[in-house]
Design a protein around this ligand. Structure first.
Ligand code: UD1
Ligand code: UDP
Length: 370
């Protein structure tokens, strides 16, 4: 246990997957700068080095005070195991406030454990809605929002979703900490990353795909791989372990790896990925965070969202993102159109000015009288 863990009033910051580490990093730093005592917990949803520890190192975060690894096969088991160990940890440490970020199973599990013990909960990136109930993320985010005492909505649209649903907690519009993270790290990435030395193409599109409703559907996964292989520009694709596992299960990974127009990489560290985002001609993705990052003034890239919906309509309205669906021909059409008619993209992000973490910490200070 940390020094006098129970007697000192602390904020517990909980992460579990790579986007949570990235988006919580600016908050961990801002809490430290404000001298608010905090505990850093990795709840264990992502466990491989290149999905967890690599980000803690890239972002120069302290080692988690408590870390777990959950290797579970079903969504339910994963969620249940995280509830069990988070309940134990919360009982042991009694934080004044728990902060979670986003829409993962680890977020919902932590929110449930926190609420059952009557501990206050703050939800960073509250209020996003895809209205696509096939997605576990939609359930996780809605339920967490309804359990939270403090809801840090990144935009007015997110705030409006929360008001429509009559959530119980207090809502604050803060911007998204991803803009803080990218602003703080791109200059370091450009100095330190050597990733461009290992990229086979001068000009390329950057692709990622990992959503369960996409890559766990064999027809959709096949369409994605064919679209990337036949794309009008070479594609660089750092592959998520879920996707690699599915391709291996279908005995197609070895063949796809040999495709000339497509360079498959392992999941990359944040600094390398930022450099690829900065350098690419366009982004093709089903990621949530990448839709936001593309709008950062230091990145400004067109994004084709290979999904049926998005919980980031602000990126679409601002002209950065287009939801093209999941069919091969639609993806190829979208890529051709983006290359032929490059857009003049806005110079401001709808996700804030890079000061979201500072704002959130200011609110915490006031609300909890730190
Ligand atoms: C999870 C989140 C998703 C988020 C993504 C970030 C949920 C429901 N989904 O999806 O919202 O966008 O994280 O990347 O919480 N695996 C490994 N090593 C790891 C992690 C995962 O091999 O370190 C493989 C395992 O086969 C695992 C599978 O990926 O079963 C899925 O991992 P999981 O954390 O359940 O979901 P993600 O697809 O990563
Ligand atoms: N990312 C990364 N390396 C990669 C792929 C993504 O660092 O190989 C970063 C990316 O910059 C973004 C975050 O991971 O900040 C997005 O994670 P992911 O797409 O897995 O999750 P989502 O945002 O969809 O929840």
């Amino acid at each position: 246990m940390l020094d006098s863990e129970c007697s000192v009033k602390r904020v517990m910051v909980v992460v579990g997957t790579r986007p949570e580490i990235i988006k919580m990093a600016p908050l961990i730093r801002a809490l430290h700068c404000s001298k608010i005592p905090s505990t850093f917990v990795h709840c264990g949803q992502h466990y491989d080095y290149n999905m967890s520890q690599q980000f803690i190192e890239d972002l120069e975060l302290p080692k988690p005070d408590y870390g777990y690894k959950i290797k579970a096969y079903t969504q339910g088991t994963q969620t249940a195991r995280i509830i069990t160990h988070m309940e134990h940890l919360l009982k042991k440490t009694s934080p004044a406030l728990v902060l979670v970020e986003g829409d993962t199973n680890g977020v919902l599990a932590t929110a449930l454990a926190t609420a059952k013990l009557g501990i206050r909960l703050g939800h960073v990136e509250a209020g996003l809605r895809s209205f696509d109930l096939r997605m576990p993320e939609e359930h996780n985010r809605r339920l967490t929002d309804h359990l939270s005492n403090y809801l840090f909505a990144p935009t007015k649209t997110a705030e409006s979703n929360l008001k429509t649903e009559h959530v119980w907690g207090k809502i604050y519009v803060t911007g998204n900490t991803i803009i803080d993270a990218i602003t703080q790290h791109l200059p370091i990435a450009e100095r330190k990353s050597k990733i461009l030395n290992s990229i086979n193409f001068e000009k390329f599109a950057l692709a990622t795909a990992h959503r369960a409703e996409n890559v766990d559907n064999l027809a959709v996964l096949k369409g994605f791989m064919e679209a990337f292989a036949e794309a009008p520009i070479p594609v660089v694709y750092p592959m998520h372990p879920r996707t690699k596992k599915r391709l291996k299960q279908n005995q197609t990974y070895a063949k796809i790896k040999k495709t000339r127009n497509l360079q498959i990489l392992p999941p990359l560290g944040y600094l390398d990925f930022l450099v690829l985002m900065k350098k690419c001609e366009m982004i093709v993705t089903d990621s949530g965070g990448i839709q936001e990052e593309a709008t950062a003034p230091c990145i400004r890239k067109s994004v084709l969202v290979i999904r049926l919906s998005t919980e980031r309509p602000e990126a679409v309205q601002a002209g950065f993102a287009e939801v093209v669906g999941v069919e091969k021909q639609k993806i190829l059409e979208g890529m051709r159109k983006t290359l032929k008619h490059p857009k003049q993209l806005p110079t401001v992000s709808p996700y804030g000015d890079g000061k979201a973490a500072e704002k959130i910490v200011g609110i915490i200070k006031e609300e909890l009288a730190f």
